[in-house]
Design a protein around this ligand. Structure first.
Ligand code: ATP
Ligand code: MG
Length: 266
């Protein structure tokens, strides 16, 4: 069996294959000990690790494994996943919305990190928890789906009252920027969570679209576990990316890019 593992700040992603199809699994980082035990118990296996917590995982293993740099693994993995979707793009950006967000340009068969932002999946969970007390990612996403940002986000048209704005009035002028002092007690979980997702989605797509100016392509491949079953985040990112003139793409199993890349070198 061949096993590729991306141990990130929040989740451990595993891609494994025994000749045939690739299988996927993910575990919270708190279960790193169980993942190590699973690997230690495997016979006749080759393992390649990547991600910020791979050093911790290596220290728990009783067998020797390969390691690779996270950005290279992600680049290779995205290539494999795009090919599986029948795509042959030679140049694109990759925006990995993990715990934090990292943006890369892929062209001429090499990746270059263009930048990133601390606004990412960690922000999504952290701010959501502070505002509502909820701890489960699935629950946050479920509530957010039913929420409206109307009363919380300030749009350009709200500032340009009675006057034609120089840019689309529908753009967000200020996330959480409405006069909230008088209504803070009556805002629902759904409204607050939808607005947190709006903040994260608009930030990662805006930063990505700006970064696209340094890359030959304007196709932005969005990956990372923040998008798992997260319809609202995908919607916000899709519409903002298109509005700013780029093309968004969400590969199937994109959250496993690093793990698939690690698996691909074995
Ligand atoms: P990094 O790459 O920044 O080191 P990571 O690889 O662990 O972190 P991802 O797994 O891509 O990051 O994404 C983590 C984010 O995915 C979380 O911050 C959260 O928003 C979201 N998420 C999705 N499913 C879960 C889950 N079951 N538990 C916790 N977070 C989840
Ligand atoms: Mg990661």
């Amino acid at each position: 069996m061949k096993v590729g593992i991306d141990a990130g700040g929040t989740l451990i992603k595993v891609a494994y294959a025994d000749g045939g199809a690739t299988h996927f699994a993910k575990y919270p980082i708190a279960e790193i000990g169980q993942v190590a035990e699973w690997i230690n118990g495997l016979q006749n296996c080759e393992v390649c690790l990547t991600g910020g917590k791979s050093g911790v995982l290596v220290s728990m293993l009783e067998k020797s494994v390969q390691e690779m740099v996270e950005f290279e693994a992600t680049h290779l993995g995205v290539q494999v996943l795009l090919e599986r979707m029948g795509r042959t793009d030679e140049a694109y950006l990759v925006t990995n919305v993990g715990t934090g967000t990292s943006i890369h340009c892929v062209q001429d068969n090499a990746q270059e990190r263009l930048g990133g932002t601390g606004i990412g999946g960690g922000t999504l969970i952290g701010l959501s928890h502070l505002l509502t007390g909820i701890t489960s990612f699935d629950e946050i996403v479920e509530h957010a789906k039913r929420g409206s940002r109307e009363r919380i986000d300030l749009k350009v048209k709200h500032i340009y009252e009675g006057k034609e704005p120089p840019i689309s009035g529908e753009l967000t002028a200020s996330n959480f920027g409405q006069d909230l002092f008088s209504i803070s007690h009556e805002l629902s979980k759904e409204e607050l969570l939808a607005t947190v997702i709006g903040l994260v989605g608009e930030t990662v797509s805006t930063v990505s679209v700006h970064a696209a100016r340094q890359c030959r392509s304007s196709t932005i491949v969005y990956i990372g576990s923040s998008f798992i079953d997260n319809v609202l985040l995908k919607e916000v990112v899709t519409s903002y990316t298109i509005l700013r003139g780029s093309t968004p793409l969400f590969p199937d199993n994109g959250e496993y890019s690093g793990a698939v890349g690690a698996l691909s070198v074995l």
